[in-house]
Design a protein around this ligand. Structure first.
Ligand SMILES: [Zn+2]
Ligand SMILES: [Zn+2]
Length: 291
């Protein structure tokens, strides 16, 4: 998985972050994903073969990064989720617009996270200093950070142009100019401000125009949960999985919601479905020894 110039290599027992020249990060991550996922899928196929279940094995290739996505026991669905590059796709097409959308790591809503530069510069007579860092935020999350950055930098002027640039990006950039989900940031901003009915109305309007859209249904589930409507959230998440059967964020939230709302048997069914498609390291070893 890569974010900006950073590639995160995950092993069975941990993860190693690596800084890579920004322009090469995507290519390095894709090459690693393709190799690791193919090996993982092959191990699962061999494991099933050792049990006489090889015909159950099913996979698809992520058109964005070339990873092999294991779909064993997952029903057919219009979209594919790649857990390696955290991206949705449809019909094997690497849609450059769809690739921009995923969950925001800060607020958890499905949106269009973008790299955001935070710069704080101060100058006190003979002492000066600065702090700079880059993180991914959706537009809604950017707004609060950009206003804070402007307020801090205003007395010292040097950081003001950067703060104003990021403020402009937060209000006028992102998915507002996307042909795919131009209303999504408005829905997310309303939902995050607690205007849940307005946020849900916008999400439903998006779905009238663009469907399938498992991420938008995921946001509907989040707003239902905030409104205390677990059964509504379950319906939206089940619809998200009908749009994309292997949509891992939706499955994780659905599993948790089943458990919290008194449906442990449905959570167990989901666990069984996903457990089969996610072989453990021990399964990998067993399959290798059977090869
Ligand atoms: Zn991928
Ligand atoms: Zn966010």
């Amino acid at each position: 998985m890569f974010r900006g110039s950073r590639v995160l290599i995950e092993w069975a027992d941990g993860a190693i972050p690596m800084e890579i020249y920004r322009g090469r990060a995507r290519r390095v991550a894709s090459a690693l994903n393709a190799l690791a996922s193919a090996r993982h899928a092959q191990a699962h196929k061999l494991l099933l073969a050792s049990k006489g279940l090889e015909p159950e094995f099913r996979s698809a290739m992520c058109p964005h990064c070339g990873a092999t996505v294991d779909l064993t026991r997952q029903p057919d669905a219009p979209q594919l989720y790649c857990p390696y590059c955290d991206t949705l796709s449809a019909n094997g097409y690497a849609d450059p617009e769809l690739r921009k959308f995923r969950l925001c790591a800060k607020c958890g809503y499905f949106g269009q996270p973008r790299m955001f530069t935070e710069l704080y510069f101060y100058f006190l007579l003979v002492v000066y200093g600065y702090r700079i860092r880059q993180q991914e935020f959706c537009s809604s999350c950017m707004r609060g950070v950009a206003w804070r950055m402007l307020a801090f930098n205003a007395p010292f002027l040097v950081g003001v142009p950067v703060a104003l640039t990021q403020l402009w990006r937060a209000y006028f950039g992102g998915s507002r100019s996307s042909p795919l989900f131009p209303l999504l940031e408005s829905g997310n901003a309303a939902a995050r401000a607690g205007k849940l009915a307005r946020g849900q109305a916008i999400y439903h309007k998006i779905l009238e125009q663009t469907s399938p859209a498992p991420g938008v249904r995921y946001n509907l589930a989040l707003t239902s949960l905030r409104a205390g409507d677990a059964e509504g959230a379950i319906l939206h998440l089940e619809e998200a999985l009908a749009d994309c059967a292997n949509y891992a964020p939706g499955a994780a939230l659905l599993r948790d919601t089943y458990r919290r709302s008194g449906h442990p048997e449905r959570a167990a069914e989901l666990d069984e479905l996903w457990g089969v498609t996610e072989p453990t390291a021990a399964d990998d070893q067993a399959a290798q020894s059977n090869a």
